[in-house]
Ligand binder design. Structure first.
Ligand code: PNS
Length: 178
């Protein structure tokens, strides 16, 4: 780590953990829990987002925020974690909050190029915001919201993928669609 990077990390007290969270999974919760260990103030930022493939998220923005808050409470991760929706550029959202760190989870090589591009773009336009990557825990390396939605759509077992309260929202969503 260069001296400059070390100095910048010293100054980070408020970090943003951004994502689409459609819906939140145990993988996301693991990243948030670990971010909490390292930084005093966390805001989880739920992107309005067009979703992967541009089809739009399965859950509305309000639903995704509600489900995330329920999951954080159910998993005992903390009432001190702020959860907020955002639209537009993530760096603008960070500047509005005064957050100077962005935490992203990295599961495998498939995430790397996307995250590198995002980190490079964000640092190009907002050099004051440091992107920090948390390596996914091995037990969550296969997990994604899209896999969870697919399993839910076929009525599969969600118990190792999402907390029970999230599974209940998925079951309701896919029962409505059936
Ligand atoms: O959970 P995801 O879908 O991987 O999260 C991606 C997200 C929402 C963090 C990313 O798409 C994002 O930052 N969107 C906001 C718009 C933005 O700032 N894009 C980056 C520069 S193109």
């Amino acid at each position: 780590m260069s001296k400059d990077t070390a100095n910048q990390l010293d100054r980070i007290s408020h970090v943003v953990v951004p994502g689409t969270f459609d819906p939140v999974t145990y993988g996301h919760l693991d990243v948030i829990r670990r971010a909490k260990r390292a930084f005093p103030r966390i805001t989880v930022a739920v992107a309005a987002s067009k979703g992967k493939g541009g089809t739009g998220p399965a859950f509305s923005l309000d639903e995704r925020v509600t489900i995330l808050k329920e999951a954080l409470e159910a998993e005992g991760i903390g009432p001190d974690i702020d959860v907020q929706p955002f639209e537009g550029l993530l760096i603008d959202f960070c500047h509005d909050l005064g957050a100077t760190g962005l935490i992203k989870g990295l599961r495998a090589m498939m995430d790397f190029e996307f995250e590198l591009q995002q980190a490079n773009l964000n640092s190009r336009f907002a050099p004051d915001i440091e992107s920090i990557v948390v390596m996914s825990s091995p037990e969550h390396s296969y997990l994604s919201s899209s896999v969870v939605r697919e399993i839910a759509s076929f009525g599969g077992d969600l118990s190792r993928l999402v907390p029970p309260c999230v599974a209940a929202h998925l079951e309701k969503k896919y029962a409505q669609r059936a």
